[in-house]
Design a protein around this ligand. Sequence first.
Ligand SMILES: [Zn+2]
Length: 108
Amino acid sequence: MAKCPLCGKPLDWAELIGQMLVLENAEEIFRERERFMETFEGFVFKCPHCGEEFYGKNLPRKEAEKVFALLKEFKGSIDWENRKVRLRLNSLLALDTMLEQWDRKVKG
Ligand SMILES: [Zn+2]
């Protein structure tokens, strides 16, 4: 799971993505995977625990890609009027990881 690169506390993906939603052209950015990843990596996030700022590229890329896929998959995942993420991304990511491990176990 994503952690703050400065204080090491766990971060909530829904909260992180919420920080990106203030971008004026966010709706466009969230439509295209390449564009999203590029914006994500260069975006300056603020840690809600220690208040320090860091770039998105300091966060796990694989998780960011999954987050994007989840946001795409679920209709209404983003409340554009209130600029808020409706999905509980951390729970979904945890579930996804669990299923992957299960899958490996079954096949292995
Ligand atoms: Zn921090």
